[in-house]
Design a protein around this ligand. Structure first.
Ligand code: NAI
Length: 247
């Protein structure tokens, strides 16, 4: 599954699932753009980790909800490595509240990053992916987009929104030979989930047939497949990586 010479932009990749994806793709020989919003130090640590494993990486600051920032990220990418072959829209946030308590600001904040960020990045890198030999768009959604989750109406709506978007871009890309897919992780052991109180976490794990949270590597391995040439004939799909939560 070599990714030699392929350039991959992974949003929100200074930590968590994004960082895991960045390291997996870096290990396969890809040039990696580590995107961060404010955690510059963590982004540079991620770059160092990839470079010490023999890979190539550069850090690019951008709030994905800000179009000018994303255009700047494209400049950083082009300057360091040339056109982007693979874009992974991974950056995401939550702002949980039971729906009756949820403010319009909390709704908009989640939409701006989770859907607006995907809009900005996909549009800014669209021509790159189209012109790449078998370009790849990979959107990180969530099991919550399929099942809903108490207190996450905004997040669930944004994550299901990614499904329709991905299928549509898959159709638009198809003539050019590029693909677009979603990965829908289940509950994964990152800051986003481990900050949940222990008793809630225990309840979550009790609902997972494989009886554990996903590790970052479980998600990164599927993204690595979708980013590679091995997935040439897979497009418009939502790949669940959730320990059997749909069973
Ligand atoms: P995390 O909170 O550890 O990492 C998210 C990253 O996105 C952080 O580095 C953060 O700084 C960055 N980010 C947030 N807003 C940004 C913005 N406006 N611009 C640029 N970067 C921004 O979360 P985690 O768990 O690594 O999640 C990654 C993705 O996977 C998210 O889209 C999340 O919704 C999704 N996901 C996570 C699951 C989990 O259980 N942890 C389950 C299913 C999906």
């Amino acid at each position: 599954m070599s990714m030699d010479g392929r350039t991959c932009v992974i949003t929100g990749s200074a930590r968590g699932i994004g960082r895991g994806i960045a390291e997996y793709l870096g290990d396969e020989g890809a040039n990696v753009v580590i995107n961060y919003r404010s955690s510059e130090e963590a982004a540079h640590e991620a770059v160092d980790a990839i470079e010490s494993a023999g890979g190539s990486a550069v850090a690019a600051q951008a709030d994905v909800s800000n179009r000018a920032d994303v255009e700047h990220m494209r400049e950083v990418c082009h300057e360091a490595f040339g056109q982007c072959d693979v874009l992974v829209n991974n950056a995401g946030i939550t702002a949980d509240k039971q729906f009756t308590e949820m403010s319009r600001e909390e709704w908009d904040r989640v939409m701006d990053v989770n859907l607006g960020g995907m809009f900005n990045c996909t549009q800014v890198f669209y021509d790159d992916i189209w012109n790449a030999h078998e370009g790849r768009l990979i959107n990180i959604s969530s099991v919550v987009g399929k099942q809903g989750n108490f207190g996450q109406a905004n997040y669930a709506a944004a994550k299901s929104g990614m499904f329709g978007f991905t299928r549509t871009i898959a159709l638009e890309f198809a003539k050019g030979g590029s693909t677009a897919n979603c990965v829908a992780p289940g509950f994964t052991a990152t800051d986003m989930v481990t900050s949940v109180p222990d008793h809630v976490l225990d309840r979550i794990i009790a609902e997972i047939p494989l009886e554990r949270l996903a590790e970052v590597e479980d998600i990164a391995a599927v993204v690595r497949f979708l980013a590679s040439e091995d997935s040439s004939y897979v497009t418009g799909e939502v790949i669940d990586v959730n320990g059997g939560m749909d069973l």
